[in-house]
Design a protein around this ligand. Structure first.
Ligand code: HEC
Ligand code: HEC
Ligand code: HEC
Ligand code: HEC
Ligand code: HEC
Ligand code: HEC
Ligand code: HEC
Ligand code: HEC
Ligand code: HEC
Length: 370
């Protein structure tokens, strides 16, 4: 290759690279290095900077530099303009909203630029549906995570239910006193469910649908049918197997498979144990504590009397010690029915054979005589 061609190629490449560099700067607006945040903070780093909406609502525009720097985004060296791409030097583009909540509802959309997955998942959530229906109190990204002070949302794990408690305080209080919530808050137990194990994180659905209800026993079973997990707490894993086997659970299981949207009046786990307030059966506050059990059954069996709960085996398979009569009746039938059926089978077979033999003999005789 001659020297002149090399020179022109090099020059063209340099020009192209230069153009691309300016192009990208223009396309991305202000640069993204954290160093440039200083310019914004000369005004926003000063406490007391406020804006007043026409309604009189006062909006603090102060951003604490230290708090931002120790947030997950500050640690990544994110520029202010990574989230505020339309805001450059002052004066800023005019505001398009007239209240803080409207501003928040507009601004959280900025998260999608880097967290596409979480954003997409949240689109069908019950919170998003509520917002779309005009209930602006429902949760958006920044209600749960914050905006300039975002830190890992699951550390410590007790933070998760506290995040929800901002708006679901009554449910949090119940949960806090439940066997699950107490283990989480008092013992930092990592095995018990928080709100999001039952409701999901970014895609919470409406828990009062038939579908959710019918699927709920399986939700409990993810832990309560896990032998290794439950043996740590000496809790029986039979609860799921026996539930599916009994008349209540069999029907619910069938419903779930055949007609997932058809309501059923059969109990699921939380009809007997409570929803957010479930307790150990030995706890006098438990809905299945001996003295409270009848009242729990009466929700659906209004005529039930004192010994009604006793007629039910609860989560036990019949055994000699606990339910001797049921055990023996069960055993009796287990032996009797196969024996009777077996005997009938043998009888029918023998009978059939002898008939065939008699008929064959008859035909032979007729041929001989005829
Ligand atoms: C000269 C002071 C000054 C500087 C520098 C400045 N701002 Fe502002 N900023 C304000 C004032 C005053 C408001 C109140 C609303 C208005 O007047 O536009 C505001 C409002 C805002 C708002 C909320 C309203 C909106 O328009 O979204 C954001 C976000 C914001 N600034 C971000 C930034 C960022 C990012 C930078 C740096 C690139 C920056 N500001 C630089 C003074 C400043
Ligand atoms: C991770 C994204 C993100 C980054 C990075 C970010 N902001 Fe914000 N900022 C937001 C969101 C979202 C809001 C909307 C208000 C809210 O939800 O609290 C907001 C609101 C604001 C406001 C309005 C006052 C307020 O707090 O409501 C100002 C001013 C502001 N930001 C300035 C800055 C400055 C200065 C920086 C850089 C030091 C910065 N922001 C970095 C997401 C971000
Ligand atoms: C310019 C890109 C960018 C934008 C915009 C952005 N983030 Fe992030 N975010 C990151 C990066 C990078 C990290 C750190 C790496 C990681 O954990 O994914 C992070 C981490 C997080 C984490 C912590 C994740 C963890 O596992 O601990 C949360 C929560 C989060 N961001 C929420 C938000 C929210 C809410 C918004 C909108 C207000 C937002 N982010 C906007 C880039 C961004
Ligand atoms: C109702 C509260 C809530 C809302 C709304 C919410 N988050 Fe989260 N987010 C959480 C919780 C709680 C976690 C911790 C999840 C865990 O520990 O498994 C989390 C985790 C995250 C993480 C860490 C990675 C992950 O997926 O576990 C990111 C990133 C994130 N959220 C971004 C967002 C964005 C972006 C939005 C808005 C589109 C959003 N979140 C809306 C509560 C919420
Ligand atoms: C900013 C407030 C806010 C936060 C934080 C919040 N929620 Fe909600 N949530 C709402 C609102 C508002 C509704 C709509 C129904 C209502 O008004 O109670 C709702 C509805 C729900 C529903 C549907 C049931 C119903 O009553 O319609 C579930 C399930 C739910 N939230 C779970 C959660 C979980 C789990 C968290 C924490 C990870 C959480 N929420 C955090 C405000 C919030
Ligand atoms: C063990 C699973 C489980 C846990 C943990 C759990 N929930 Fe629920 N939650 C349910 C079920 C099941 C329902 C449906 C109850 C019904 O049909 O009435 C429900 C219903 C709800 C509802 C709507 C109905 C109502 O009672 O207002 C909200 C809101 C809610 N939960 C929020 C939360 C929050 C917040 C937490 C954490 C503090 C939490 N849940 C923890 C299983 C759970
Ligand atoms: C994420 C796992 C997990 C899920 C999901 C879960 N549990 Fe639990 N549950 C536990 C653990 C672990 C314990 C033991 C806590 C302890 O004793 O400290 C427990 C304890 C209990 C107890 C008390 C048992 C006793 O003898 O003390 C009851 C009752 C209970 N759960 C019912 C339910 C029901 C009903 C559901 C579904 C709505 C459910 N759980 C969902 C993990 C789970
Ligand atoms: C018809 C009411 C009813 C239904 C439905 C029900 N339970 Fe129970 N459950 C009880 C009663 C009563 C007890 C306590 C009596 C006993 O010791 O058997 C109990 C005890 C338990 C225990 C404690 C067992 C132990 O070893 O300490 C767990 C865990 C439990 N149930 C979970 C579940 C789960 C999970 C479901 C759904 C798959 C469920 N229950 C459905 C009534 C019910
Ligand atoms: C949420 C409602 C509900 C609750 C709570 C409930 N049951 Fe039932 N139960 C039913 C329904 C509905 C049937 C009919 C089942 C079928 O036909 O498939 C039934 C059937 C029964 C049967 C079979 C005999 C009969 O009457 O048909 C017994 C025994 C029984 N339940 C005991 C109990 C006991 C004991 C409790 C309390 C620990 C209880 N149930 C709690 C709804 C409930």
């Amino acid at each position: 290759m001659d020297r002149r061609r090399v020179f022109w190629i090099a020059l063209a490449t340099a020009l192209l690279l230069g153009l691309m560099a300016t192009g990208s700067v223009l396309a991305e607006g202000p640069p993204r290095q954290a160093g440039d945040n200083g310019a914004c903070l000369t005004c926003h780093g000063r406490p007391g900077l406020v804006y007043e909406f026409p309604s009189g609502e006062v909006w603090a525009l102060y951003v604490d530099e230290e708090v931002f720097r120790s947030s997950v985004h500050g640690q990544q060296g994110l520029a202010c303009t990574a989230c505020h791409p339309t805001v450059g030097s002052y004066p800023h583009p005019p505001l398009t909203v007239n209240s803080l909540r409207l501003y928040q509802l507009e601004q959280y959309q900025t998260c999608v630029r880097c967290h596409e997955d979480e954003y997409q998942r949240s689109l069908d959530s019950i919170h998003a549906q509520e917002i779309a229906a005009g209930n602006w109190n429902a949760a958006i990204c920044t209600d749960c995570h914050g905006s300039h002070d975002i830190t890992p949302p699951d550390q410590p794990r007790t933070r998760i239910p506290r995040t929800c408690s901002q708006c679901h305080a009554a449910i949090y209080d119940e949960y806090r006193g439940s066997v699950h919530g107490r283990a989480l808050t008092d013992e930092s137990n990592p095995d018990v469910p928080t709100c999001i194990d039952c409701h999901g994180v970014h895609n919470q659905e409406d828990p009062r649908t038939t579908r959710f209800r019918l699927n709920s026993p399986r939700l409990c079973a993810t832990c309560h049918a896990d032998k290794a997990l439950m043996s740590k707490y000496n809790i029986s894993t039979n609860v799921f197997a026996t539930y599916v086997a009994d008349f209540h659970g069999t029907t619910v299981t069938l419903f779930e498979r055949e007609s997932p949207d058809l309501p059923t009046n059969k109990p699921v786990c939380y009809d007997c144990h409570g929803v957010h307030n479930m307790k150990s059966p030995d706890d006098p506050e438990s809905m299945v504590y001996r003295e409270n059990l009848l009242r729990t059954c009466q929700k659906c069996h209004p005529d039930a009397t004192e010994n009604f709960p006793a007629s039910w085996l609860s989560h036990y398979e019949p055994d000699i010690e606990r339910y001797p009569i049921v055990y023996f009746v069960d055993l009796f039938y287990k032996i009797l029915i196969p024996s009777v059926l077996g005997f009938m089978g043998v009888y029918v077979a023998v009978d059939g054979c002898s008939r065939l033999m008699r008929r064959a003999r008859g035909r032979k005789k007729r041929r001989e005589t005829g």
